[in-house]
Design a protein around this ligand. Structure first.
Ligand SMILES: NC(=O)C1=CN([C@@H]2O[C@H](COP(=O)(O)OP(=O)(O)OC[C@H]3O[C@@H](n4cnc5c(N)ncnc54)[C@H](OP(=O)(O)O)[C@@H]3O)[C@@H](O)[C@H]2O)[C@H](O)CC1
Ligand SMILES: [K+]
Length: 511
């Protein structure tokens, strides 16, 4: 599912209005009808007070049109116009007239207004600013937003929480609506997915306002939200007349004294996702535990007992995952550097593999093209340097991935995979997956998919999605808190089944 910028949404509006030959207020009417149906199907005429706070642009127009629908269904409404500018939009004014025709007179709030009383039992509709916000709200509007946030009422935001710009950080973090729920039109907004801006909404859902399908298909975007619908076509079914060789031989290189478990989990995940064969390469000390804990895998050992000193793989694997639990001892750094120079297939590099790269930036030039790097936030910072905010982080990550021709995975609540100047935002996963070994499992899964013949980008996008989905299934069985990395592995099979079962998710959780 494409993520459009505000400009692209305006373009889509224009295209739709011209192609469908509809007046511009028809889109606002569709938006208001969708909003009304969503609310009405849940409230069923309940006697709750609905307070609508409407700006003077088209976001406000949506709110005003919604007020008319609510009134017609006999809801108890109070309409406030947040009068922050004289430049009212045409469709706002049209809908204001329609409201007045029905004898509803909104209260106009200006910079000297008394804050309206809000009971915690009221429902607030937030239609102050939409994607047209382009500068800091003035002080009194900011205070009104703070007042709404302090009310403890349920806040339903129209399109985007007011005060949150769609493509940059807010000017003042207190002057952004904290939405209980956002009903967003047609396409998700990038800010829903970033740690610093995703906290302004608890949950979001899309409403289809019939923007033109041709435009939606053709328009090129910088970011895509990878739903079940987007990920399904990546999957390649196993063939009837196939054998284990068809699904590749993966090698997992890593481990050190006390850190063999990381390799074991990665190799287990690699086999669980469907690799034909898996071999681990570990220091000698890992031999017995690996052979016992994971009988399906083969084990190669380093000459050293408790660290890696030379990586020797006596066959040509289809994929190599490297770095987990490996440490950054000088001999290991040398071995890793030598290996990078020798190897001629893309690698999946994680954990200490990434740390070695950050400590020895010259090695960055030795990374085989199309390798996949899977840093968590700290590892990412060591690789690409500090960032000012989430948008700066995305820019730096994109530049880094393009410069080195690699797939870069930014792990987080919504993991984002960068390749070829584009970002793929994952839709699965949960806070229970912030647990020891979760990253080793992801590395193993992606390595397995590469071994099976998936190219680097599809392997990563599918691996990240299935990893999150397996985590969601695991958490649904044991709670977020009790989920362990091995619980993710155990549910990879169910994630595959779910990939073809669940309806496409159209909602997401924020904070
Ligand atoms: N395709 C769709 O998704 C549709 C969405 N709709 C809704 O329309 C809004 C966007 O409406 P728009 O009128 O473009 O913008 P806003 O309502 O967000 O803002 C109105 C104007 O306010 C000015 N502005 C911006 N920032 C500030 C500020 N800090 N203080 C005061 N004024 C501000 C700005 O105008 P300027 O000329 O003064 O810069 C804005 O234009 C979208 O979010 C949806 O809710 C349509 O209803 C249907 C199609
Ligand atoms: K809004």
């Amino acid at each position: 599912m494409k993520i459009f910028t505000a400009n692209q949404i305006y373009k889509a509006d224009k295209f739709t209005i011209e192609k469908q030959q509809i007046p511009s207020d028809a889109l606002m009417e569709r938006a208001a009808t969708q909003l009304f149906e969503w609310i009405h199907s849940r409230l069923q005429g309940a006697e709750v007070t609905i307070q609508l706070f409407c700006g003077i642009g088209n976001n406000g127009g949506d709110g005003i049109a919604l007020a008319r629908h609510l009134k017609e269904a006999d809801y108890n409404i109070q309409v406030h116009v947040v009068n922050y500018s004289e430049k009212r939009s045409k469709d706002f004014l049209l809908n204001l007239e329609r409201l007045k025709d029905r004898k509803i007179w909104p209260e106009f709030l200006n910079d000297d207004c008394v804050m309206p009383e809000i009971s915690p039992n009221d429902i607030i509709v937030d239609a102050i600013f939409g994607i047209g916000l382009n500068r800091a709200p003035s002080e009194w509007v900011g205070k009104l937003i703070e007042h709404i946030n302090a009310s403890q009422a349920f806040v339903l935001s129209v399109d985007i929480p007011s005060g949150l710009p769609s493509d940059r950080m807010p000017w003042n973090t207190d002057h952004v609506i904290r939405a209980s729920y956002v009903l967003s039109f047609q396409v998700p907004k990038l800010v829903f997915f970033l740690p610093e801006t995703g906290v302004y909404q608890n949950q979001w859902e899309l409403l289809d306002i019939g923007l033109d399908a041709e435009f939606l298909v053709k328009e090129e975007v910088d970011y895509e939200f990878m739903t079940q619908f987007d990920v399904q076509p990546i999957y390649r079914p196993r063939l009837k007349f196939s054998h284990k060789g068809t699904y590749g031989h993966a090698v997992i290189v890593g481990g050190g004294y006390g850190k063999i478990g990381a390799v074991q989990m990665a190799a287990n995940a690699c086999l669980s996702i469907g690799a034909g064969l898996a071999t681990t390469f570990v220091p000698e000390c890992g031999y017995h535990s690996l052979q016992t804990a994971l009988p399906e895998a083969m084990v190669l050992t380093d000459a050293e007992d408790d660290y890696i000193s030379e990586i020797k793989i006596p066959f040509k694997p289809n994929a190599i995952g490297i770095g987990m639990g490996m440490g950054t001892k000088e001999e290991t750094v040398q071995a890793f550097g030598k290996f990078l120079k020798e190897v001629d297939l893309p690698l999946v590099i994680d954990a200490d593999g990434l740390n070695i790269l950050s400590q020895n930036p010259k090695l960055l030039n030795e990374i085989p093209k199309l390798s996949i790097l899977t840093p968590h936030p700290k590892e990412l910072e060591r690789l690409i340097g500090e960032w000012k905010n989430d948008f700066d982080k995305l820019d730096k990550a994109k530049t880094f991935a393009t410069k080195h021709d690699i797939v870069l995975v930014i792990k987080g609540a919504h993991t984002i995979t960068f390749y070829g100047g584009k970002g793929y935002v994952n839709s699965t996963g949960n806070p229970g997956m912030a647990t020891a070994g979760s990253g080793d499992v992801l590395t193993g899964m992606i390595t397995g998919l590469v071994a099976m013949g998936y190219d680097s980008l599809p392997a990563t996008v599918l691996g990240v999605y299935l990893h999150g989905l397996a985590g969601d299934i695991g958490a649904s069985l044991v709670s977020y808190d009790a989920l362990k990395a091995t619980g993710i592995i155990e549910n990879i099979g169910k994630a595959y089944l779910e990939l073809f079962k669940r309806p496409e998710p159209q909602e997401g959780k924020g904070a």
